[in-house]
Design a protein around this ligand. Structure first.
Ligand code: PLP
Length: 370
């Protein structure tokens, strides 16, 4: 559905690490990769390269001062990695439903949730929106609500490197932002992530905590709990090569989305997630909604037909408020994410798909959806 796609120069950076014996965490590739990301994101961004996006979300919550027993507002419609770090800390996730335009956190339900929690004496400590499948969440509205109540925002931009709102890139739209370079993302370091902030001291603190929180001393001295969350110099070498082809990858993913859109728009019961005015999606994954009452077939009919041809597709993320592990967590919703989960499908979207492979996918789709 979305496999790693090397550009060709990654091996040179990794080879250089071997030649110079920088086979350690940290090293010139880590600095180089952080610089590349800072230039790409713009807006005075500072970047700490980490071992994963999940690690970035965990550190982000720690840096925002979230502690055991606190409540954190989290988008329900997402991958579990968004919510799990809240539990690592012993804090409680409060899930908020999506709106229909971007499929991400509803600013209206967000405010409803905040008012309810405050009325119960539990003002949330942070808000975690997500840009699903590359589509930016309604960050201007979410940030406005957050400012109104004085709650910091931690942006999960794991799926949205290269996406933007009015030219401002995802990864720069909150107090702290997190990126992922897992193998299935738009670019990969084989495994990795980053924490981003315009506040340099926050990013310095992130680097400090990510390297076991060692105080300045010749011996090992610690006054805080640390983590082993830094990116290795080898992985960062892959990342530097991938940054050279990021623009191509975004263009290709958008082209694939455009082909699905051309093929299917106008067919009864099929809907897409369109870009609101000023919004730009990297189209990490191409997704569709199938209304079985109108289309005459269901999401599962198409998924199973593809599977029979050995083509991977997947239902959209199952919302966190429906997950057994988060049973009992507060939830503020209106049924939107449940409908998206029931009818949504992620289609093959890898930037390394060949025209022949696309034609095979189209053939199956055409045989199922009339
Ligand atoms: C991939 C992903 C993560 C986690 O990133 P890792 O680098 O795999 O830890 C977090 N949130 C979302 C929305 C993701 O898609």
């Amino acid at each position: 559905m979305s496999s790693p796609h090397m550009g060709g120069t990654e091996e040179n950076f990794v080879k250089e690490a071997f030649t110079t014996n920088w086979i350690a965490p940290l090293g010139p590739n880590v600095n180089g990769f952080e610089n590349d990301l800072e230039l790409f994101l713009g807006r005075g961004s500072h970047v700490a390269a980490l071992s994963s996006g999940t690690a970035g979300l965990h550190l982000g919550l720690v840096l925002l001062g979230v502690r055991a027993g606190d409540e954190v507002i989290c988008q329900s419609m997402t991958f579990s990695a968004t919510a799990n770090p809240i539990s690592y800390i012993g804090a409680v996730p409060v899930f908020v439903d999506s709106e229909v335009d971007t499929w991400n956190m509803s600013p209206v339900l967000l405010e409803e949730a905040i008012k309810d929690r405050i009325s119960k004496g539990k003002k949330p400590k942070a808000i975690v929106p997500v840009h699903l499948y590359g589509m930016p969440a309604k960050m201007p509205e979410i940030n406005e609500v957050a400012r109104k109540y004085g709650i910091p925002v931690l942006e999960d931009a794991a799926e949205a490197l290269g996406s933007s709102i009015h030219g401002q890139r995802c990864g720069t739209l909150a107090d702290i932002s997190v990126l992922s370079f897992n193998g299935n993302k738009i670019i990969t370091t084989s495994g990795g992530g980053a924490l981003v902030s315009a506040n340099e001291s926050v990013v310095k603190d992130a680097r400090f905590l990510a390297t076991q929180a060692r105080d300045e001393a010749p011996h090992y001295q610690h006054s805080r709990i640390g983590y082993n969350y830094r990116m290795s110099n080898l992985c960062a070498g892959v990342g530097r090569g991938q940054m050279q082809v990021l623009a191509d990858r975004i263009a290709k993913r958008r082209e694939i989305y455009g082909k699905y859109h051309t093929l299917l728009s106008g067919r009864k019961g099929i809907a897409f997630c369109n870009e609101p005015a000023g919004y730009f999606s990297n189209r990490w994954l191409s997704t569709i909604l199938i209304d079985p009452a109108l289309a005459g077939v269901s999401r599962e009919d198409l998924r199973l037909a593809l599977e029979k041809e050995n083509i991977e597709s997947r239902p959209l993320w199952k919302p966190m408020h429906m997950q057994p592990v988060f049973d009992g967590s507060p939830f503020f919703g209106d049924g939107t994410s449940e409908r998206l989960f029931a009818n949504g499908l992620c289609l093959p979207s890898g930037s390394n798909m060949t025209d022949e492979e696309m034609a095979r996918v189209f053939e199956v789709i055409n045989s199922v959806i009339k």
